[in-house]
Design a protein around this ligand. Structure first.
Ligand code: DHB
Ligand code: MG
Length: 227
């Protein structure tokens, strides 16, 4: 790790200590992710809190997450829900989906989260045919190749005034090479381009540094009909 990355981690550590206790559901999810030996690719506590804040700002009662893994970001989103609200989280791996359900139960948030197991685009199709939307907030954090496709489908499931967030769009700065062929980078660029090209959508890319290195959130505000 180079000096800059060590400093980013140290700053995250200091800020996390100062930022107060974690919610119980989040703490339990962090512990379970470690116990289950899941890849250490969760959002950081600081970025998790940002997800909670965005959920609170949108008054979110219906949240959709693509990519559950161990349910760490799910727990933050659940923390930001309006009373009676629910997070629908989509996980492709059946064993991970079952473990995440147990994690939510142990963390006391089982009643606020529904886990759907399946490939992201297929579950989105099922949600569309069930009339499950509209959602107030969508967090896309799954197979990066499909980030643009997920954004496009999420747009049709998001209410006017809602927010769509795409994780890992910067990836160490790799997106600066817009001609690159890495499918994960192409997926990130696709998501950002689609945000910019969507009528009524305001897009912002928040570059982040911290304990996960140099990455970022793309955040889209989904506008309402013209006034
Ligand atoms: C990876 C995936 C993520 O969602 C993330 O936040 C960081 C890394 C990965 O697959 O490497
Ligand atoms: Mg991610």
């Amino acid at each position: 790790m180079d000096g800059a990355a060590e400093l980013w981690r140290a700053v995250d550590d200091v800020c996390e200590r100062m930022a107060g206790a974690l919610p119980r559901g989040v703490e339990v999810a962090a512990r379970r992710c470690a116990e289950l030996g899941l890849p250490e690719i969760n959002v950081t506590p600081s970025m998790g809190r940002l997800l909670e804040i965005l959920a609170r700002l949108t008054g979110a009662a219906r949240v959709l997450e693509i990519g559950t893994l161990g349910g760490y970001s799910t727990a933050w989103l659940a923390e930001g829900l309006a009373p009676g609200g629910r997070v629908v989280t989509v996980e492709v791996d059946p064993a991970r989906a079952a473990s995440a359900e147990e994690t939510f139960r142990l963390g006391g948030i089982g009643g606020r989260v529904s886990v759907r197991c399946g490939r992201g685009l297929e579950v989105i199709g099922a949600l569309e045919s069930e009339g499950a939307g509209p959602f107030d907030l969508v967090f896309i954090d799954a197979d990066k190749e499909n980030s643009g496709a997920y954004f496009q489908r999420a747009l049709g499931l998001t209410r006017p005034g809602g927010v769509i967030i795409v994780d890992n769009v910067v990836r160490g700065g790799a997106i600066a090479d817009t001609a690159g062929h890495d499918p994960r980078v192409r997926g990130s660029l696709d998501a950002i381009e689609r945000m910019g090209a969507s009528a009524g959508v305001l897009a912002s890319v928040l570059q982040t540094v911290g304990s996960k290195g140099y990455d970022g959130f793309a955040i889209a505000w989904v506008g309402g009909p013209a006034r």
